[in-house]
Design a protein around this ligand. Structure first.
Ligand code: SF4
Length: 453
């Protein structure tokens, strides 16, 4: 195992035995294989794109697959195996449309399996690992690009769920994935990393348009942090469409809705604030889930990251529900919505009715929210927007309106990106090849298995 995609990573170098997030080696391996399969899709998708077509079915798969591999999303290996099988089918469909490619093809374009054990065996092989590339600069630049693509994919997936898509984003993901299978110069790889930055901004703007057009502009808001007397459902993650459908389906049922952690921003959207049974936010951040999910007493819905692994003596596995890209062994999964329809949250509502109301852990309210329209609005809200919006825009919290501020932010983020890249590059170099990848589990003193040999 070698994973260094998040700031939790062991010793700020890389998780090589088990993830600091709790991710087991087997799960990390399967995620590496899923990305390997996506690279194969990218190769054929890039060829198709050069011929003038972006395959949206393949693009949707890539976005969801990359999203699946980010921190604290996928905990169910069977689901990952299923997604790999699905990816091979998608790849072969794009291949059929794109036609044969000249020359020797990389493994990701040709490897195939239908059997679970064959997939697990392949996932254990070093050729799908981050460390397969021996040149440190190549490894660094390829992985910087892949991590950038994961972020783009998550935003693109959220936007697509709301019906907003851009072929330039889909096309870039295919081009970027395909590039990691080719022998490119450092300049070419750096150019792709820079393009990933540009595409990230384009994708964030698309998601902002999707969210604000669908649910209104977020407002500075007072968020209740106490509890009501009814049983409740706690929702976390970032999927606003799930939030909208849950609120609509719980209205009038006597079941209240609360946000947790990542879903806190839902409290600022006019389309959600209008519901009287949307009580507010319960608890704090994701790293307090084990305690706060326990005391919430009712069902919990995880729509995206971050799901923290449950403790063995937890009391909430039977009331934890996952949906979308999230999966957890033993937790019921709410299926995707049918075309033109809504997800069915009736199981959660029925479960909530059999549970006691949440245990109060805080009282009062907090002032939160972003002013998405500095200078807009009227009366008190408008005044606060005008007062606060200017500063928030500078901090990157509000929607950016003025070119001068955008330039300042780009300058700052560019400087930070350069620092991060430097750090990232150093981290790759700090992990000698004999410890991971090609020399898998040889001489790694941090690994119990190696010490036992
Ligand atoms: S995602 Fe998990 S395994 Fe990967 S670097 Fe972060 S903590 Fe480590």
């Amino acid at each position: 195992m070698f994973c260094f995609q998040c700031q939790e990573t062991a010793k700020n170098v890389g998780c090589t035995v088990k993830g600091m997030c709790g991710k087991p080696e087997e799960t990390a391996d399967l995620q590496d294989l899923l990305i390997h399969v996506c690279k194969g899709i990218g190769l054929y998708g890039e060829k198709l794109k050069a011929a003038g077509t972006v395959d949206r079915q393949a693009a949707h798969f890539i976005a969801k697959a990359l999203f699946t591999t980010i921190t604290n999303v996928a905990w169910d290996d069977d689901v990952l195996v299923q997604r790999i099988k699905e990816g091979l089918t998608v790849r072969d469909a794009v291949k059929a449309k794109a036609g044969a490619m000249p020359g020797a093809l990389p493994d990701c374009a040709t490897w195939s399996a239908t059997d679970k054990q064959a997939i697990i065996d392949k996932a254990k092989s070093d050729e799908v690992r981050i460390t397969a590339a021996q040149n440190e600069d190549v490894r660094s630049l390829r992985e910087l690009l892949i991590i950038g693509c994961k972020g783009i994919a998550a935003y693109a997936d959220h936007a697509a769920i709301l019906g907003y898509e851009k072929d330039e984003i889909h096309g870039f993901l295919m081009e970027a994935l395909a590039s990691t299978t080719k022998d490119l110069s450092v300049d070419q790889m750096v150019a792709l990393v820079m393009k990933a930055g540009e595409t990230s901004v384009t994708t964030m703007a698309l998601l902002d348009e999707a969210n604000t057009t669908t649910y209104g502009h977020p407002e500075l808001s007072t968020v209740n942090i106490g509890v009501g007397k009814n049983p409740g459902i706690l929702i976390s993650g970032h999927d606003l469409k799930d939030m909208a459908e849950l609120l609509a389906q719980t209205e009038g049922t006597g079941v209240d809705v609360y946000t947790h952690g990542e879903m806190l921003p839902a409290n600022y959207y006019p389309a959600f604030k209008k519901y009287s049974h949307f009580i507010g936010n319960y608890g704090s951040s994701w790293w307090h889930q084990n305690e706060e999910f326990q005391s919430f007493n009712g069902p919990i819905l995880l729509t995206t990251n971050c799901l923290v692994p449950l403790k063995k003596d937890n009391t909430y596995l039977d009331r934890l529900y996952t949906t979308g890209v999230v999966g957890y062994v033993g937790a019921p999964h709410i299926c995707d919505r049918p075309a033109g329809g809504a997800k069915d949250f009736s199981a959660l509502i029925a479960k909530a009715k059999s549970c006691p109301p949440p245990t109060q852990i805080e009282t009062g309210a907090i002032g939160r929210g972003v002013c998405a329209q500095p200078g807009a609005g009227s009366g008190r809200q408008g005044h606060r927007c005008r007062q606060v919006g200017r500063h928030q825009a500078l901090r990157g919290n509000g929607r950016l309106r003025w070119p001068s501020q955008i330039e300042i932010l780009l300058h700052r983020s560019g400087r930070k990106a350069a620092q991060r890249h430097s750090d990232f590059n150093r981290r790759v170099r700090q992990v000698p090849l004999q410890q991971v990848g090609l020399g898998r589990h040889r001489g790694n003193s941090a690994c119990a298995r190696c010490r036992a040999v």
